[in-house]
Design a protein around this ligand. Structure first.
Ligand code: SF4
Ligand code: SF4
Length: 442
């Protein structure tokens, strides 16, 4: 039988068989790790994507035999822990993804190995805490607590203690918690007439996300202003929980299922009522567009939500195609260095943010499409902070190359990481939605 180099068919992704009895079988997972690591050893295309692949290849090259059989079984976990499930290797590099007979899905194999570790109780309290974004946000934004938390995040002594006790790197710039949460201050305007376009529903429901709700409510307010300017009726999704992405990244699939039970019925109702659903955080959007569907492929509600879910810029560009978007921009943005985060890239919608920013007169975009190396909580951890800065270095350089007026990323966490990596800069960091609000003169 001939084994083709790469596949001629379009890639397909198999559902994650997380409820099958074999899924958590450590021996079977180890055998699959050996099989896929062996293929990667012979291929090595992904060496520059993250630190998981270089670690794997170093373990092999520096091992007793120079082959995979010279690597200790225990060391496999070092590769798994370095993967932050950005999906870029699967979506952009690997020629052996299904339907190729080798059936390589590196991120899903890493996720399965993380799930086994979680089930066996190997996940640290620090990782469980950091992935509880909703609970942390609720606690940190209690009026008296918020000032203390923000002050502690900036104080070197407190950060040294946090480093020791919590394993949060002392040099990582952390986001401040907001005094006024997005969900309690948002004023969506649902009074406009619904105008459905050929490509876009004429009304929008906003899934706030933990990050916008607790850390940067301004991004959510800017989205509301943009929608109101375009006379698009908007509502905020009633009662929401975390999208589940941080728990997915930890391998805590039962927690993902519990969060899905809270969010999806409500979102499915909105989808069936004709709303476009959107979130301003690419990872949360991706959770509803892709990850939940891979975990619950037969669930009608999950499918309905997936079909109604939009990235905000995907929606706005399609709205423009429907001739229903105002392009009466009043203020030029100058030089913008714009970064496309991995979780936007793997949504496969093209560079929609860049397309819309380019419609603003007097605006020059420097687009950087490469992993910045932060991920949600990965780059915050003491043991991964240095690696995260190292992965980001080419991005920091490319973002600074044009001496921009603004630096911007659809992922505000990546944006802050890039700003930290760039060091001294005159550039202002703003989310792309904020840039569009500024350009409209709102
Ligand atoms: S999913 Fe991302 S972090 Fe994980 S191995 Fe692939 S490229 Fe690296
Ligand atoms: S994931 Fe695919 S492309 Fe990347 S190193 Fe492994 S086999 Fe090669």
């Amino acid at each position: 039988m001939t084994v083709r180099e790469g596949s001629l068919e379009a890639p397909t992704r198999h559902a994650l068989d997380w409820q099958a009895p074999d899924f958590y079988d450590a021996e079977k997972v180890f055998a699959e790790l050996q099989r896929v690591f062996g293929i990667c050893h012979g291929c090595r295309r992904c060496v520059s994507l993250c630190t998981a692949f270089p670690r794997l290849f170093d373990l092999i090259d520096e091992g007793k035999t120079g082959e995979l059989d010279g690597v200790d079984r225990a060391s496999f976990q070092e590769v798994v822990d370095r993967c932050y499930l950005c999906d870029v290797c699967y979506m952009t590099k690997c020629p052996y993804v299904p339907p190729h007979q080798w059936n390589v899905d590196f991120p899903h194999l890493m996720l399965r190995a993380k799930a086994v570790k979680f089930k066996q109780g190997g996940t640290s309290l620090r990782d469980k805490l950091l992935s509880s974004t909703d609970a942390l946000g609720r606690l940190a934004t209690i009026p008296v607590v918020v000032r203390f938390v923000n002050a502690a995040n900036r104080a070197p002594v407190a950060r040294a203690v946090m480093g020791k006790v919590l394993g949060v790197h002392k040099d990582r710039v952390l986001p401040a918690y907001a005094g006024a949460k997005f969900r309690s201050t948002a004023q969506p305007d649902a009074s406009f007439t619904v105008r459905d376009g050929k490509n876009t529903p004429g009304k929008v429901a906003i899934f706030s996300t933990c990050y916008v709700n607790y850390n940067e409510p301004g991004i959510g307010h800017d989205l509301l202003k943009i929608l109101a300017h375009n006379e698009i009726p908007a509502v905020i999704v009633g009662k929401e929980a975390c999208c589940g992405m941080p728990k997915l990244e930890l391998g805590d699939l039962e927690a993902v299922a519990r969060l899905k039970e809270i969010n999806v019925p409500r979102l499915a109702k909105l989808a069936r009522d004709g709303y476009a659903i959107m979130s301003a955080i690419p990872s949360c959007t991706l959770m509803f567009k892709q990850e939940l569907l891979l975990m619950f492929p037969q669930d009608a509600d999950v499918n309905a939500v997936q079909e109604a879910m939009f990235d905000p810029f995907e929606y706005l560009v399609l709205r423009n195609k429907d001739a229903l978007l105002k392009i009466d921009f009043k203020r030029p943005l100058g030089k913008v260095s714009y970064h496309i985060p991995c979780h936007s890239r793997v949504q496969n919608v093209g560079q929609k943010t860049r397309e819309l920013l380019q419609l603003v007169p007097g605006t020059e975009i420097n687009t950087v499409e490469r992993c910045s190396g932060h991920d949600g909580t990965w780059g915050v951890k003491s043991e991964f902070f240095e690696q995260s800065m190292k992965i980001g270095r080419p991005v920091f350089k490319q973002m600074a190359a044009t001496d921009p007026d603004y630096i911007s990323s659809d992922c505000p966490i990546a944006g802050r990481h890039i700003q930290q990596g760039m060091g001294e800069t005159r550039a202002q960091k703003e989310h792309p939605l904020t840039l569009i609000r500024i350009a409209y003169g709102l």
